[in-house]
Design a protein around this ligand. Sequence first.
Ligand code: NAD
Length: 569
Amino acid sequence: IGTPSAQWEKYQGAPMGTEIECEGWRQEAALRMLNNNLDPEVGEKPEDLVVYGGTGRAARSWDAYDTILESLRTLEDDETLLVQSGKPVGRFTTHERAPRVLIANSNLVGKWDDWDHFHELESKGLIMYGQMTAGSWAYIGTQGIIQGTFETLAEAARQHFPDREGLRGTITVTAGLGGMGGAQPLAVTMNNGVCIAAEVDEDRIDRRLETDYCMEKTDDIDEALELAQAAAAEGDPLSVALHMNAAEMFDELREREFVPDIVTDQTSAHDELEGYYPAGYTVSESEELRQEDPETYVKESLDTMERHVEGILAMQERGAVAFEYGNNIRGQVEEHRNMDDAFDFPGFVPAYIRPLFCRGKGPFRWVALSGDESDIHRTDDAVKELFPEKEHLHRWIDLAQDQVSFQGLPSRVCWLGYQSGDDPDDLTERARFALRINDLVAEGEISAPVVVTRDHLDAGSVASPNRETEAMQDGSDAVADWPILNALLNTSAGADIVSVHDGGGVGIGNSLHTNNHVVLDGSSLAAEKARRVFTTDPGMGVIRHADAGYEEALEEAAESNVHVPMADA
Ligand code: NAD
């Protein structure tokens, strides 16, 4: 990838304020979002162009990064830049309503769609792993995933501990305190519970402590258990990072006959070579082994995953609620270790999230390009004013204001959906809110444009049989036409950046997914785009699940006037 670019050293994050370097705010938004991904406060290893999720990168090389910036600075309002696996490869005159940037990352033809081919091509400099939001310049740090994690745990609490005021008095055991996994301890304590999270890399632990995502750290499991049990007995929220390999932690827990209330995991198990750490090695020993003997590394890493999954299953057998948190650890041990009971615990989507997807609900997030925190506070007020009846949303905004530190460009995330009502002129929840932000920018109440983006994990944007589309009721888990239609529709509707990736979350060959950005600069063009994109994009979630026969989705389609031709007929 070359040596870090002088421009990146100079930026140290996104440019802020109201002066722009590019020809327009749409191009400027792309430039700021790319640099925001690589802000040392936001990305996990920006000096290696790595943003999060194992090796999820924002650009293929430092030369590619420099050329992307140069291209964005001179891109006209009627041009579109094409980015192929993190490298700018072309630029065409299109038109003002078209996207300014189109991105495709990590995609391989079916028969070649696996890590081996990917690594071979990567070593020749031909492809890049874009994860989900890394390669689409939409990563906003741990603050971006926190509400999803909070909602998942809130739903788990509702289903399994209905009398407990969220997770109060319960202990959740998990692992992985990286870019996404780092949200877990805070999401547990926001739900009033206690969390023990194993993490092998002490630097990652310290990062979560510094940003208040986690409260305590120890490398002594007995101390972790004592602290956790005392807090749970009092009903106090507490999070403890345990400096230890996850598989070793589960062995120790079994030895002590300790059974938590909930077990899950967010280590980067989707990538056995560069994401997951084998037991018995420190981080630096692991890195040495990875360099010197990658084959042994992979073997040890998969052996550790097997132990890790056995530990989760043992806890489940003894009464813990277990779910996989989207890192494909079950798929890995089923495929590489023939573990036929690996899927005896569910993934988090079928367990807790799918009913929301049926209604087109997903992680709607917005970023203040000014860098001014008060712009986000104004949007916090706006979302409450617009949805006065949504108590849960108000609680989330209050908690987020109080407990979630901003990283890089200030941002917020809220799960919003379709729910437009049956009048064809009614707007979806997402469109209503986006148009309100656009008005606030036009009125000068927000000091600079706001970019709205979302996770790739959304209602109608992913095919991922071990995660978002696990156990679809019609068996359509692996059908990848849906994300492709989603990207085409986002482009037709005029989103400002559209991307299509392979392998995010669960590893190469295991998923296909898309992302979009819309820049709200207060103009009537932005309003027109927002109205279209925030109808069609969540609408894809409704039709995808209606097509699979989900009652809630068919109901939503009927109530909200979403046309599903075969159901309408
Ligand atoms: P990351 O690579 O930034 O962090 C992973 C962390 O796990 C690292 O800190 C690493 O040190 C630690 N780790 C690895 N092996 C370990 C082991 N055996 N024991 C203890 N710690 C270990 O990744 P991330 O962005 O936090 O994502 C984590 C996983 O979750 C990935 O597989 C990712 O694809 C998946 N993911 C899930 C969601 C979701 O919504 N659930 C969203 C994004 C990503």
